[in-house]
Design a protein. Structure first.
Length: 282
């Protein structure tokens, strides 16, 4: 394996972990200046390019999957109800086939994000900029709460009916390569419990208003192994674990967007769509 294949960059870790007994840090997605979490300056890291290398949900906690959507314009997600439903069905089938889950329940519709230069695309969207700090979408406790809320909409379904469940994120670029802000993922095997920091996120969700929930921020650890896949196309999906109820499996994949210094000047900024789901196993 070529350990040098990749690019240098910065990761904006949590710099001010809360003291024992102090209030949890906050992240205000629409008004970052009000956040109590401090992430600047960044830490210099190496992003390993995993293009051509095998990864898996069971080992690193993430996997690149070839999947061509039949939706002609993925920018219509969050704007057209028929497109939203079609994408839900596509991603549900993809995740079921990939994981062998007994049941897959999608968490809402797809969520689009665009780089800061896409001002026209960003207009009217909430919480649509790439997240530029390493995070997990839940904590251990909020992952359980979220799973129970999701299962409340499944007739007759309860978490206790399944031996294992996992929150999964499926991320796809909707703009051609190269991406100025690729998605980076941290090999789950390189993260320790001491690296995690509770961050309470305050975010706006279309048609739902403000949501407040516990997420995981991360402290710097030189052992972290950061990875990305260069030249991703809209016919590829990065599937990664955001929480697994089985502690013997990859628990949570920290992820962040990062500015690729090798991206040619003038490249149109990244667009992407992510879909979150709960996968349940008999």
């Amino acid at each position: 394996m070529d350990a040098q294949k990749g690019v240098p960059g910065e990761v904006f870790y949590v710099r001010n972990p809360a003291a024992s007994g102090a209030p949890a840090l906050t992240f205000i997605t629409e008004q970052d200046h009000l956040s109590t979490m401090v992430t600047r300056p960044g830490r210099a890291v190496w992003f390993n390019d995993m293009r051509g290398r095998e990864t898996s949900l069971e080992r690193e906690g993430f996997q690149l999957v070839r999947h061509a959507s039949s939706i002609r314009d993925l920018n219509l997600i969050e704007e057209d109800a028929a497109t939203d439903q079609h994408y839900i069905e596509e991603m549900s089938a993809l995740l079921t086939g990939l994981t062998g889950a007994s049941l897959v329940v999608m968490q809402g519709i797809g969520k689009k994000r665009y780089g800061p230069a896409a001002t026209d695309r960003l207009a009217g969207l909430k919480n649509a900029l790439p997240a530029l700090y390493p995070h997990g979408d839940t904590t251990d406790s909020s992952a359980v709460e979220l799973a129970e809320r999701i299962m409340a909409y499944v007739p007759g379904g309860e978490l206790k009916d399944f031996s294992r469940w996992a929150h999964i994120n499926m991320w796809r670029p909707i703009t051609p390569p190269p991406q100025d802000y690729p998605l980076a993922l941290c090999d789950a095997r390189s993260i320790s419990e001491a690296d995690r920091e509770l961050v309470v996120a305050h975010t706006e969700v279309r048609d739902m208003g403000e949501m407040v929930f516990g997420t995981t921020g991360y402290l710097y650890n030189p052992d972290h192994r950061w990875c990305y896949f260069s030249q991703m196309t809209p016919d590829e999906v990065l599937v990664f674990v955001t929480h697994d109820s089985d502690p013997a499996r990859p628990h949570q994949v920290a992820h962040t967007a990062f500015l690729d210094p090798t991206c040619p000047p003038g490249t149109p900024t990244r667009g992407s769509v992510e879909m979150r789901a709960l996968a349940l196993f008999a």
